[in-house]
Design a protein. Structure first.
Length: 390
């Protein structure tokens, strides 16, 4: 793991940040927040980092960033989420105009773009039909009360259609310097987050009956990683990681059980495409484990993947009454978000994807995040290595 220099969090410690977030709103808490922001703002400028650092504002899928976000100097970039079905409505026929317009807004505002295409929940119906016509296998599970059926991750027809789309995406956008990061996924049952359903145990047996092995999933990952790296030779590629549960891989993997496939994918990408992968966790909250994270868990894999690591908030914070980002405990919205970001900074994250509603309504926390992530740790600038063919 690369050597890094970390500054002490401006809260003084993660625990003090979390205590602030758990307390009810008070004048004392607000004053403490303002002092923190003022203190951090006075720190000296930082050297250019390998990956864009700071806040990426994440809006609705298919939406455009608000003017408030685009005009905010404390926002480094915007995450643009777009459905595959909206760019390839019929096979091989691509429609780019709407996505072009949104990316141009970011260009005009001098913001970087993290481009994330929804390839599972947002895939076109014709892809599913093509898999069925080819005799492919499907996995069925309950997604928060909704019965959902998807092609198995390693289905050759699905992977062919997906890699073709990635190649077309790169042909259209790889030369666009606004796009700094492109998301890749291959173990995503719903969104682009890593999600291999494994509970209850019946789902484990369903996977095994369909022919699941870690090798099948790893091979699918290699295809997607190679396709994305090849299509976007001068961009970084982000991969959301997580575990697949304690039972699915227990009879296949010797050491790691929960994160076996994710760790293998990270190692493959870093070996084959050195310096290009950003390892990311999409569940940042005030409830995450202290560094370096428990063995064989995603947070430990993130810790061991530094320096190119990042995070996405588990949920929005502003006026969110379930307080999911704060372990269910009520607290001041601004303080909760700051506590989460402080937690992420201890893992060395380069950027945090924050929901647009929080970017718009919690400006003190956004300024804090911008300064913390841009100033808390630095590494010498390193250009992206030349493109390679695996």
């Amino acid at each position: 793991m690369s050597t890094q220099t970390s500054l002490r969090p401006p809260f003084g410690s993660l625990e003090s940040a979390q205590r602030l977030s758990f307390e009810s709103p008070s004048a004392t808490a607000l004053c403490a927040i303002l002092v923190v922001v003022a203190t951090v703002t006075l720190w000296p400028a930082v050297s250019v980092a390998q990956v864009p650092r700071g806040v990426f504002s994440m809006g609705q899928t298919g939406g455009r960033p608000s003017d408030n976000v685009l005009e905010n100097p404390d926002v480094t970039g915007v995450t643009i989420r777009w459905n595959w079905a909206d760019i390839e409505r019929t096979e091989g026929n691509f429609f780019w105009d709407d996505l072009d317009d949104v990316i141009q807004l970011a260009t005009d505002a001098n913001k970087k773009v993290l481009l994330r295409i929804s390839t599972q929940a947002g895939k076109p119906d014709w892809v599913t039909q093509a898999v069925a016509d080819a005799g492919g296998s499907f996995f069925t599970f309950d997604d928060n009360g909704v019965t959902t059926t998807i092609p198995v991750f390693w289905d050759p027809t699905f992977l062919k259609k997906k890699t073709n789309m990635i190649a077309a995406l790169g042909a259209h956008y790889a030369s666009n310097l606004t796009i700094a990061i492109v998301s890749a996924s291959f173990a995503n049952a719903t969104s682009e987050d890593w999600n291999v359903p494994h509970s209850p145990y019946d789902l484990v047996q369903e996977w095994l009956d369909l022919g699941y092995t870690p090798k099948n999933l790893e091979d699918a990952g290699e295809q997607i990683i190679n396709a994305t790296m090849t299509a976007f030779p001068t961009q970084y590629v982000s991969l959301a990681i997580n575990g697949s549960g304690p039972d699915l891989d227990k009879d296949f993997c010797d050491t790691l059980k929960n994160t076996c496939v994710a760790a293998t994918a990270v190692d493959y990408a870093n070996t084959t495409w050195p310096g290009r992968l950003v390892v990311q966790i999409d569940s940042l909250s005030a409830c995450n484990p202290p560094t370096p994270g428990p063995d064989d868990r995603a947070w430990n894999l993130l810790w061991n993947s530094q320096p190119n690591v990042a995070a996405q908030m588990v949920d929005n914070v502003y006026e969110e009454t379930n307080y999911r980002a704060n372990c269910g405990s009520p607290g001041l919205d601004t303080a909760i978000l700051m506590s989460c970001v402080t937690q992420g900074s201890l893992y060395g994250v380069e950027y945090v994807e924050i929901y647009e509603t929080d970017v718009r309504h919690l400006p003190v926390a956004i300024t804090y995040t911008h300064n913390l992530l841009r100033l808390a740790r630095w590494i010498p600038p390193t250009p992206i290595p030349p493109a390679r063919t695996p």
